[in-house]
Design a protein around this ligand. Sequence first.
Ligand SMILES: Nc1ccn([C@@H]2O[C@H](COP(=O)(O)O)[C@@H](O)[C@H]2O)c(=O)n1
Ligand SMILES: C[C@@]1(CO)OP(=O)(O)OP(=O)(O)OC[C@H]1O
Length: 159
Amino acid sequence: MNIRIGHGYDVHAFGEGDHVIIGGVRIAHERGVLAHSDGDVAIHALCDAILGALALGDIGVHFPPSDPQWKGADSRALLRHCGALAAARGWCLGNADITVICERPKIGPHAAAMRERLAADLGVAIDAVSVKATTSERLGFTGRGEGLAAQAVCLLFGS
Ligand SMILES: Nc1ccn([C@@H]2O[C@H](COP(=O)(O)O)[C@@H](O)[C@H]2O)c(=O)n1
Ligand SMILES: C[C@@]1(CO)OP(=O)(O)OP(=O)(O)OC[C@H]1O
């Protein structure tokens, strides 16, 4: 069996707004995020992990921020596209593990819904997708509440 590993990282600064979208879940919040798309930091990191495992460049190559097509884009559609790129090359997702880094919002209450949506978009069982969170103990830009960050790793397997 062949296996591939991929890693992704993304950041979005907070801006005006009353909600954020993380892991495909809309969460009421006193700030929004600055983004060309819906600014889903967890999905962007996961897309980059999948693209990295495939050695197909990064999310900006496939969905350029300069392209009006992606303005306000639903990141779940981008994730489905990345999953399809893997499937077309004979790769299946073994598992993915995402860590969201922020003081707020709290991710824990939403993690199950995120896992469900991400697993559905990638056509895998929910136990193949993990969503975790950590603060950065008030240190750095996430600690100061200036934005959201996320890291993701994934394993692909193929015959
Ligand atoms: N945005 C966040 C951050 C953290 N959590 C949960 O709280 C736990 C403790 O966080 P520490 O940074 O103090 O280690 C963490 O393990 C998460 O379960 C969260 O839900 N949302
Ligand atoms: C998906 C895209 C499309 O503009 O979303 P953005 O909101 O620009 O987010 P970022 O993570 O900075 O870069 C990825 C982009 O390709």
